[in-house]
Design a protein around this ligand. Structure first.
Ligand code: CO
Length: 477
C-alpha cells in the first residue's frame, strides 16, 4: 500500500505577512568568508491570501523581496513586499485585482475579457531579480520588470525601456552577454498573427528587436538558451490559441494544452543580425529551466531540466502543496545536441538524479562549454526539493548536501575573487528548516558542498524561485 503520510514541506507554502524593513543581524554558525561583500537579492511569492480568497497556484502569490547582505563575515536580513500595482490593489480593496499565472481577478472588478489583453497586466514580479540597465529589477513573465532600490528594497516603479516593443508575455530569465554588454530575452505578441519577438537590451535600457518568428500556437517557455553567437528558443508542446486566451474566461495557464504530437521545436537565431540559421525537431518534453548551451563544431549543445510532460505545473497548485501531497513529476538534467546543417536531435540524461532550479558559474561559463551544474535536488522520493546537488559533467558524478527536515532553495554560485577553477567559490541558498519553523541562509563550499556557515532568519521564508548576488555595498541613496 502506498504511504500517504503528508510531507512536511507544506510548511514552505504558508503566507509570510511580516516584513523586516530594517536589516537585522543574523547569528552566524560557522564562518562566512570575509571576501563575500555584497547582497543576495531574491524575490518570491509570500502572500497567498487576499481578503477571503486564496490564490490557486504557487506561482501566483504576491511578491516579497529578500535581501541578505554580507560584510566582513557578518550577514544581515531584510524583506519587504514588492509594491506592485497588483499588491497595492489587493491591499486597498482586499480583492484580487490582477490576473496571475493560474488565478483570475474577481469577475465583478474585471469583466469578461481575459487579463492578458487588458491594460492591467500583472506586475507582481515574484520570479527573479536581475541587474538591468544600471537598475535592479524584479521580473515576472509579463513585459514589465519593476525597479527597486537594492539597499532598502523600496519599490521604484516599472522599468522604463527606451522605445518598448509590444508583447504581453516574456521570461524572468533574461540572458546577459558580457562581451556585447547586452541582455537578451523574448516576448510573445498574441494576436490574429501571434509572434515570438527576440530582443536585446543595452546597458542604457534601450530595447532592440533582433528577430520575429511567426507562430500559430505560442508555446509556454519559461526560459531559453544562449550560446556565444546564438539565441535558441525551444518550443515545448504546451501551446495556446490566442483566441482561447482572449475569450475562454479561464486563468492564463489553463488555456494551454499539452500536444505531444508537436514534439519540440528548436529555433536558432543569430544575436547579431537576427537571421534564423537553423530549426530542429525533437521528441515531446517539457522544461522550465535551461541550464546552459554552447557551440561545438558545427552544432549546438543545449542542457535543460526536462520533464516527460507538463504535469509538474498541475502538481504545483497550492491546495496540493499545502496538503503535503507527494510530487511525482521530477526534472532531470538532459542534453540535446544537433547540427546547424540539419539532421536529428540527440538527447541523453546527464545524471540519474532529480534536479531543479539549476545554476552555473554564469559569469565565466554562460554560453560556453562548462563542467558543473548546481541545483536543488530530491533525496526522498515524493518530497519537495530537499537537498542541494552538484553534477560534474566531466565525470558524470554528483555530490549533495542533505539534512532531514530541511528544504533548500536555488543555490546561487558566487566565485572567489581570485578564482581559478570553475567551482572555486560558494553556493548561497535559503533553506527552510521545518523542525525549527525558521529558514536559514546556507553557505556551502561549491567545490565540495561542505557547509561553511548558516545564519537563521527571524521566521520561515516561503519557498520561492530565483535571485542573484550583487557584489559590493548596495547603494542606499
Ligand atoms: Co525560473
Amino acid at each position: 500500500m502506498q504511504d500517504t503520510t503528508p510531507f512536511p514541506y507544506a510548511a514552505g507554502f504558508r503566507s509570510l505577512t511580516e516584513e523586516t524593513p530594517s536589516p537585522v543581524a543574523l547569528a552566524v554558525r560557522g564562518e562566512i568568508p570575509h571576501w563575500l561583500e555584497g547582497a543576495l537579492l531574491r524575490t518570491g511569492p509570500a502572500k497567498f491570501e487576499v481578503g477571503l480568497r486564496t490564490y490557486n497556484h504557487w506561482f501566483d502569490g504576491l511578491a516579497m523581496l529578500h535581501r541578505f547582505a554580507f560584510a566582513r563575515g557578518a550577514v544581515t536580513y531584510a524583506s519587504r513586499f514588492l509594491e506592485s500595482n497588483a499588491y497595492r490593489a489587493a491591499e486597498a480593496t482586499r480583492k484580487i485585482a490582477y490576473a496571475e499565472f493560474a488565478t483570475d481577478p474577481c469577475r465583478t472588478l474585471f469583466g469578461r475579457v481575459a487579463a492578458i489583453f487588458d491594460p492591467k497586466l500583472t506586475d507582481n514580479a515574484n520570479v527573479n531579480v536581475v541587474g538591468l540597465g544600471g537598475a535592479t529589477a524584479a521580473f515576472t513573465e509579463t513585459t514589465m520588470p519593476l525597479r527597486f532600490q537594492p539597499g532598502t528594497l523600496k519599490t521604484l516603479g516599472v522599468f522604463a525601456y527606451e522605445a518598448p516593443l509590444s508583447g504581453q508575455v516574456s521570461t524572468a530569465h533574461p540572458h546577459y552577454d558580457a562581451a556585447r554588454k547586452r541582455h537578451y530575452n523574448y516576448m510573445i505578441e498574441f494576436g490574429l498573427r501571434s509572434r515570438y519577438r527576440l530582443f536585446s537590451v543595452s546597458d542604457g535600457g534601450v530595447q532592440d528587436e533582433i528577430a520575429e518568428i511567426p507562430v500559430d500556437r505560442p508555446a509556454y517557455m519559461h526560459s531559453f538558451a544562449m550560446t556565444e553567437r546564438y539565441l535558441v528558443l525551444v518550443e515545448f508542446p504546451l501551446t495556446v490559441s490566442a483566441l482561447d486566451l482572449k475569450f475562454s474566461g479561464k486563468p492564463f495557464i489553463r488555456n494551454y494544452r499539452w500536444q505531444p504530437e508537436r514534439g519540440l521545436r528548436f529555433h536558432v537565431v543569430e544575436k547579431d543580425g537576427g537571421r534564423e540559421v537553423a530549426t530542429a525537431a525533437g521528441e515531446a518534453l517539457f522544461a522550465f529551466h535551461h541550464v546552459n548551451a554552447y557551440e561545438e563544431g558545427d552544432g549546438l549543445v543545449i542542457d535543460m531540466i526536462a520533464y516527460p510532460d507538463a504535469a509538474i505545473i498541475d502538481q504545483l497548485y497550492l491546495a496540493r502543496l499545502r496538503a503535503g501531497t507527494p510530487l511525482t513529476a521530477t526534472g532531470r538534467l538532459n542534453r540535446f545536441e544537433f547540427g546547424l546543417g540539419g539532421g536529428g536531435v540527440s538527447r541523453r540524461e546527464l545524471a540519474p538524479i532529480a534536479i531543479e532550479l539549476p545554476r552555473i558559474n554564469y559569469a565565466s561559463r554562460a554560453g560556453k562549454s562548462y563542467r558543473y551544474v548546481y541545483g536543488a535536488g530530491i533525496e526522498v522520493e515524493g518530497d519537495f526539493l530537499d537537498s542541494i546537488v552538484k553534477v560534474d559533467l566531466a565525470s558524470g558524478g554528483s555530490a549533495r548536501w542533505y539534512e532531514r527536515g530541511c528544504y533548500p532553495g536555488e543555490p546561487v554560485f558566487v566565485a572567489t575573487p581570485e578564482a581559478r577553477a570553475e567551482d572555486d567559490g560558494v553556493l548561497l541558498s535559503v533553506v527552510l528548516d521545518v523542525g525549527s519553523g525558521h529558514s536559514f541562509l546556507l553557505v556551502l563550499d561549491a567545490a565540495t558542498l561542505n557547509e561553511m556557515a548558516r545564519a537563521e532568519t527571524p521566521h520561515a521564508i516561503p519557498f520561492h524561485f530565483h535571485g542573484n548576488y550583487f557584489p559590493g555595498r548596495s547603494p542606499t541613496a
